[in-house]
Design a protein around this ligand. Structure first.
Ligand SMILES: *Cc1c(COP(=O)(O)O)cnc(C)c1O
Length: 249
């Protein structure tokens, strides 16, 4: 079996190859290694092999790892669902937040981002399925939410993120990614600084990059499978929303 170092190098090369295949520069797509349930030591192996962006989903789990790896040249991404009672720690500890989906969360992150740090890079998560149990702002909510965040001095709105339902069909995989790309193009009329499409995971990286992803969030293909967090879920480890996110507030 390949080591984490091998898989990191393979994924960095694959990301560059897919970026070129989509007509872009080899460095147009950033690989974020999503390391939930993985140890600090395993993250360290990936960073030694060239990974520079690491994503975590759960604040409690992430903080000891961030502390243990503080010596590394890593940009830290919070890719999990955001709860109001966790925003202060996130604003103080992370460089990016991917899943802002409501104004109150954005306001808290803006208020709580420490003065000594630059603005917090952030994306708005978009709910394209219409399922109310899923996180994300609706497409209709986007213009107002984007305008509000763009006006917050301690946040830097970078773009949009999506976590579509898993499907094995490569053409069906492209559909939500194409929709997210069009939504970003519409937002860029009012906000030309937006430059980020956070989309694509282990099973749909190719479809996401073909549709313009600038940032892919890869867990399983890099670190290997994850143990279930609670009772086994039928679709783990592909389940995009794992249990213990807590309800949105
Ligand atoms: C776990 C997770 C990923 C990585 O998923 P894999 O299928 O393991 O690559 C990406 N994004 C988010 C938000 C996640 O929670």
């Amino acid at each position: 079996m390949d080591s984490i170092a091998d898989r990191t190098q393979q994924l960095l090369a694959e990301t560059a190859r897919l970026a070129r295949a989509s007509g872009r520069a080899a460095d147009a797509v950033t690989l974020v290694g999503v390391s939930k349930t993985q140890t600090a030591e395993r993250i360290r192996e990936a960073v030694a092999a060239g990974l520079r962006h690491v994503g975590e989903n759960y604040v409690q789990e992430a903080l000891p790892k961030l502390a243990a790896l503080a010596d590394l040249p890593v940009t830290w991404h919070f890719v999990g669902r955001l709860q109001a009672n966790k925003t202060a720690v996130i604003a103080a500890s992370f460089d990016w937040v991917h899943a802002i989906d409501r104004l109150r969360i954005a306001q808290r992150l803006n208020d709580q981002r420490p003065e000594g740090k630059g603005p917090l890079d952030c994306c708005i998560e978009v709910n394209l399925s219409g399922e109310e149990t899923k996180g994300g702002a609706t497409p209709a909510e986007l213009p107002a939410l984007a305008a509000a965040i763009a006006g917050m001095p301690r946040l830097r709105l970078r773009g949009l993120m999506v976590l579509p339902a898993a499907t094995p069909d490569p053409l069906a995989q492209r559909e939500p990614f194409a929709r997210l790309r069009r939504l970003l193009e519409e937002l860029r009329i009012a906000h030309p600084q937006l430059d980020t499409l956070s989309m694509g995971m282990s099973a749909d990286i190719e479809a996401a990059i073909a549709e313009g992803a600038t940032l892919v969030r890869i867990g399983t293909a890099l670190f290997g499978g994850r143990p279930p967090r609670e009772a086994p879920q039928e679709s783990l480890p592909r389940e995009p929303r794992e249990p213990q996110h807590g309800a949105p507030i």
